[in-house]
Design a protein around this ligand. Structure first.
Ligand SMILES: C[S@@+](CC[C@H](N)C(=O)[O-])C[C@H]1O[C@@H](n2cnc3c(N)ncnc32)[C@H](O)[C@@H]1O
Length: 242
């Protein structure tokens, strides 16, 4: 019997989920950056800056950025004194080519790959980064296991993702914004209401802070921690491979 995955609120087979998610990203790729600015009122830039401050890339780190999309994290990393190597991974060729257009630095390698099945050898990365991608992955636990496999002993996993606000007040306002205004803006600015309804639904279906922490621990990560930004609308999870 086929296992069931969630594509937003809809239940589909895992194979269908991967296909449907990829269709969403192929459809939004050319407006992805603009829509991020509109939907978050620019806040995603602040979240990514804080995220990279926490990652604190050392000069010669070997970093993997999974679900890199148009490459915001890599651009943020290069604002620091960074001379190391970055492997960029994305399953979507349209999104990957948005990244290629924007990123011209040396020591960057682009890979069209699934986070659930990376082609890299074991124990090679100092830092594994994933931002706003994990909730789109069909088998989250498999991707966590793959992350654990490719990180060096002593290396770290960093995830920036939508999460669950703590206060009821913020939660109610946010919930209204997400389920009504995001699809509306999607329709107005990118003529794609469906993709932005999926954005809202995928956020709702994603595990909360503590649940994700447990799943990271199950994959083998230690000293797993998270910090909430904007009351938990997004959170940053970190864990070590020891
Ligand atoms: C919301 S975008 C995030 C892009 C970028 N990291 C950012 O923070 O702006 C999610 C990206 O994850 C990619 N993605 C989704 N599922 C994936 C998978 N299984 N493996 C690799 N990339 C995936 C999508 O193609 C898309 O480019």
């Amino acid at each position: 019997m086929n296992k069931i995955s969630n594509f937003g609120y809809k239940q589909v087979t895992p194979k269908e989920k991967t296909k449907l998610v990829q269709k969403v990203f192929s459809n939004v790729a050319n407006k992805y950056d603009l829509m991020n600015d509109i939907m978050s009122f620019g806040a995603h830039r602040f979240w990514k800056k804080i995220f990279i401050d926490i990652v604190n890339p050392r000069k010669n780190d070997k970093i993997i950025d999974v679900g890199s999309g148009s490459g915001d994290l890599v651009i943020e990393i290069h604002k620091k004194q960074f001379k190391g190597e970055i492997d960029i991974v994305d399953l979507n060729k349209e999104m990957l080519s948005q990244g290629k257009k924007r990123i011209k630095n040396k020591n960057i390698n682009f890979h069209l790959q699934n986070a659930e099945n990376l082609s890299f050898a074991d124990n090679i990365f100092d830092k594994y980064l994933i931002s706003f991608c994990l909730r789109n992955i069909t088998n989250i636990d498999k991707s966590l296991e793959e992350a654990f496999r490719v990180i060096k002993p002593g290396g770290q996993y960093y995830c920036l993702e939508f999460s669950k606000p703590k206060s009821i007040f913020i939660s109610n306002i946010y919930s209204y914004y997400k389920s009504n205004l995001i699809p509306f803006f999607g329709k107005i600015f990118s003529n794609n209401q469906k993709a932005y309804s999926y954005l809202n639904e995928s956020i709702d279906m994603f595990p909360n802070q503590n649940n994700l922490k447990k799943r990271m621990e199950k994959a083998g990560f230690q000293s797993v921690n998270f910090i909430d930004l904007f009351d938990g609308i997004v959170s940053i999870h970190t864990g070590y491979k020891l």
